[in-house]
Design a protein around this ligand. Structure first.
Ligand code: FDA
Length: 400
């Protein structure tokens, strides 16, 4: 009874999808998860609507949307199982969806639709699912099979698929189990850190901006120098402890500790020209004119820091106007840290791709596979991480 063709540890996005595909190829598949509820991250993803893929993904240029020590590693899997393939599956299950922006596809109703679809695909192949079941040890036997000690007894299998994801959001079941198994079998790891995460700022320097918590606005945001410079045009959200919103989450995956980020808080306005023009035309307080160019709360916070700006427009010195335009359109600030795994959407780093086959996701240890976020492949915000989960799972399922 407890002999399997494949045992998949982790009933998340990648694990369930892999189980469905492999079982429908005729394999006897067991999926084990230590949580009571499967696919919790799918459930909370995309604000509860699951941004399940991105139409703009270009498998021939994965470095555009994926971060990895070897950005080409994911090319093969992503080009063999594309967003269009997953969209076809979603359509086959009659799930209504829409494009939000920049190619991001979301369920119309609920992320539960995707979970139901994954479970239906597992059921179609006769997958056995054991939840609330932890795995305490994995042993490679002399006959080539693996033995797993689980809370529900020992299981034997030809292949083990590690689909335990990354470290983000430990309170819904994230663990470093996958990394421990990789280390046990001598595979290398790329150091992990939180990605797609809000950035924080401590101390007095942040005090004038803390009052802006809740304010959202479109910005240009950048980090890095010259060749390594990354830039996004996305929304920014001020929080009590720092900055969040899609723009900040994207840049956080590229941001290095101790380095600055640069913000253009008025990307669609020629601020130096508009402020000079206001000085010539208007007798109002500068703060009031500025509030027509950027959100009023932002204008207030900036003007409030400098008495030279708290005057009618004609009385504001040219130098102060130039400095204001520069400060708003090229605001350089150095985060003191991030909100960490507690709030991160993903984990950067993971199982080193040098020890994995890009065709099958099998590791140097025969019969031991890794799929999804546990691998050192991290996508941008916008459905790219799920597409990696589906594509790596599909590549693995073909090879089991
Ligand atoms: P996933 O985390 O989905 O699954 C891992 C499974 O392994 C879990 O069920 C866990 O319980 C189990 N597990 C862990 N340790 C175990 C152990 N020791 N023993 C047994 N089981 C164990 N991406 C995207 O493309 N679009 C989006 O809209 C979002 N939105 C989003 C929102 C939020 C709040 C978060 C935190 C993340 C996202 N993501 C996202 C990222 C996306 O959720 C993530 O990249 C995928 O779920 C990764 O899929 P995996 O299957 O690799 O791991």
């Amino acid at each position: 009874m407890n002999q399997w063709d494949a045992v998949i540890v982790g009933a998340g996005a990648a694990g369930l999808f892999c189980a469905g595909v492999a079982s429908q190829r005729g394999l006897k598949v067991l999926v084990i998860d230590h949580s009571r509820v499967v696919a919790e991250k799918v459930r909370i993803s995309g604000g509860g609507r699951c941004n399940f893929t991105n139409k703009n993904l270009d498998p021939s240029a994965p470095q555009k949307h994926f971060i990895s020590q070897n950005p080409h590693f994911c090319r093969s899997a992503l080009s063999r199982y594309t967003p269009q393939d997953f969209i076809a599956l979603v359509q086959k299950h009659g799930i209504a969806f829409h494009e939000k922006h920049k190619g991001q596809l979301f369920c119309d109703h609920s992320a539960e639709d995707i979970i139901r679809m994954l479970l239906a695909e597992c059921e179609a192949g006769g997958v056995t699912l054991r939840t609330d079941c932890s795995v305490s040890a994995v042993r490679h036997l002399e006959d080539g099979r693996y033995a797993l000690n689980t809370a529900q007894g020992e299981v034997l299998t030809r292949s083990v698929v590690v689909a335990t994801g990354g470290l983000s959001i430990p309170k819904i079941g994230a663990t470093g189990w996958g990394y421990e198994v990789a280390t046990q079998f001598g595979l290398r790891l790329v150091e992990c850190r939180p990605g797609l995460v809000p950035l924080t700022f401590d101390g007095e320097g942040w005090a004038p901006y803390a009052q802006l918590a809740g304010l959202a606005l479109p910005v240009g945001i950048a980090t890095g120098e010259k060749k390594s410079r990354m830039h996004f045009d996305e929304d920014l959200l001020f929080t009590h402890r720092g900055l969040s919103g899609p723009g900040v989450l994207q840049i956080s995956s590229y941001w290095q500790d101790g380095t600055p980020i640069r913000l253009n808080l008025a990307p669609e306005v020629d601020l130096p020209a508009r402020l000079q023009e206001a000085k010539l035309r208007s007798r109002k307080l500068l703060g009031n004119e500025l509030a027509t160019l950027v959100p009023a709360r932002l204008a207030e916070a900036w003007v409030g820091q400098n008495p030279a700006l708290q005057r009618p427009c004609p009385d504001v010195p040219d130098k102060a106007l130039t400095q204001l335009a520069e400060a708003l359109s090229n605001w350089s600030l150095t985060p003191t840290g991030s909100e960490g795994y507690k709030k991160a959407e993903v984990t950067l780093g993971g199982v080193d791709t040098r020890d994995l086959s890009s065709q099958t996701m099998e590791s140097r240890q025969p019969g031991l596979y890794f799929i999804g976020e546990v691998i050192d492949v991290t996508g941008w915000l916008g459905g790219y991480n799920f597409q990696w989960a589906w594509a790596s799972a599909h590549a693995c399922a073909q090879a089991l």
